[in-house]
Design a protein around this ligand. Structure first.
Ligand code: SF4
Length: 164
């Protein structure tokens, strides 16, 4: 029986808000290439693409894609922020709001036309980038995300948390 101390892994979560989830697809493709290298270094605590059970508790790094379009999403993002030492915005929608926030630029006439949809789905008046709701530590820009910057960010935190 092994009684030694288990090596520490980087506890990460991957979360998607309002978006097309293309960065999630890139993330899963990267997993195909890097899983062997990451499996002893990274613990995927919350990533719905990988596992049904999601634990948003005591995360080292939360990767968050998509923009915030409702009060419910805002609360969820604040919860993720409280439970994560670092929070990284993934892709343009999370980093700068666009293209998910296009409706913020609608004229008065179009805004009136979409009012019923906003009410029916409980959407907020405006769409917000992550940094308008919580503090963001890092940004992986691109639409979808730039995979090289994402990999560099993962490596940066593996070093910062003394995993490698
Ligand atoms: S940044 Fe681009 S790829 Fe990512 S969710 Fe937004 S529209 Fe989709």
């Amino acid at each position: 029986m092994y009684l030694g101390v288990m090596p520490k892994k980087l506890r990460i979560g991957w979360f998607s808000f309002s978006c097309c989830e293309d960065s999630t697809i890139i993330f899963t493709e990267l997993l195909n290439d890097h899983y062997r290298q990451w499996k002893d270094k990274i613990e995927f605590c919350s990533a719905l693409v990988l596992r049904k059970k999601s634990t948003v508790k005591d995360l080292d790094v939360a990767f968050v894609e998509g923009a915030i379009t409702s009060r419910k999403q805002e609360e969820k993002l604040r919860q993720i922020r409280r439970e994560s030492k670092k929070l990284v915005a993934i892709g343009a929608c999370a980093c700068i709001g666009m293209p998910s926030s296009q409706r913020n630029l609608f004229n008065e006439k179009t805004n009136k036309e979409i009012q019923n949809i906003l009410i029916r789905f409980n959407y907020a008046k405006t769409v917000r980038k992550l940094s308008e709701v919580v503090n963001v530590d890092d940004f992986v820009h691109g639409c979808p995300m730039d995979e090289n910057i994402f990999l560099a960010t993962v490596n940066k935190y593996l070093k910062e948390f003394k995993i490698i």
